[in-house]
Ligand binder design. Sequence first.
Ligand code: GLN
Length: 291
Amino acid sequence: MSEESDWTIGRLLTWTSDYLTKQGSTSPRLDAEVLLADACGCERIDLYTAFDRAATETVRVTFREMVRRRAEGTPVAYLVGKREFYSLSFRVTPDVLIPRPETEHLVIETLDLIKTLDGKPIKIVDVGSGSGNVSVAIAKHAPSSQITAVDISKTALEIARKNVETHQVQEQVSLVAGDLLEGFNDEPQFDFVVSNPPYVSEAELTQAACEVKDYEPHIALLGGPQGTEIIARLVQQSTGRLKSGGWLLLEFSPMIATLVADLIDASSAFEDPVTTKDLAGLTRVIKARRR
Ligand code: GLN
């Protein structure tokens, strides 16, 4: 290759974008920009005014190593240690699921329901809180909410704690280790049960992209042989712990949409379940009201 000083920001982005395309990335340009911004210690937008600037040796070394790992399959979010969700930045490590845009629908649906309650104090439990993205996003937009974030993974709870602190919602969000709602008395106490639970079936996981199945925590993904097993337990446990008139909101895989709707219908504790589609037009979230 030419002189080192020829490696401008612009050329690095073009070269890396081509390289990652060949390596099979579905978002090569975005990956290159996010990684290079991280290596430069700037925002992505700042790269656009620096196209002609030569990258320093330190930046190039850091960037090259990240590109190498990205080409192997490591998700960008784990390389840079963060991911944006609901316009907030969340710290992520391989101990937590990388927040997905689809999950923003779970937050939107919850916030829409909260708005109808005119600022009345409400108690929410976020089951399988992972990085804490759902709890923090709700807390930030619904000051009337008190949220208990539950996760079975202690290492995930540590990440969530950092995110709760960064976004300064410690007064609203408490973190608890537990297996779904097992640790809570079986009595009506919550206004909302909100969850993006593990819902991928064993078969679906074997077919998932390598960057999902080889890098993200299986405990956060796998819902059992059919994918519905954890949701079934959660629906059953929610029945006793939700107040009458309270809401259950769940994210799930479109592959099990009918099974999830059937599970909720079969419990007969909930009325009029309504599903929402994500931006890809796939049924993704269900909300149901406790009778
Ligand atoms: N609540 C987190 C999220 O929505 C983690 C979910 C999970 O681990 N299944 O991304």
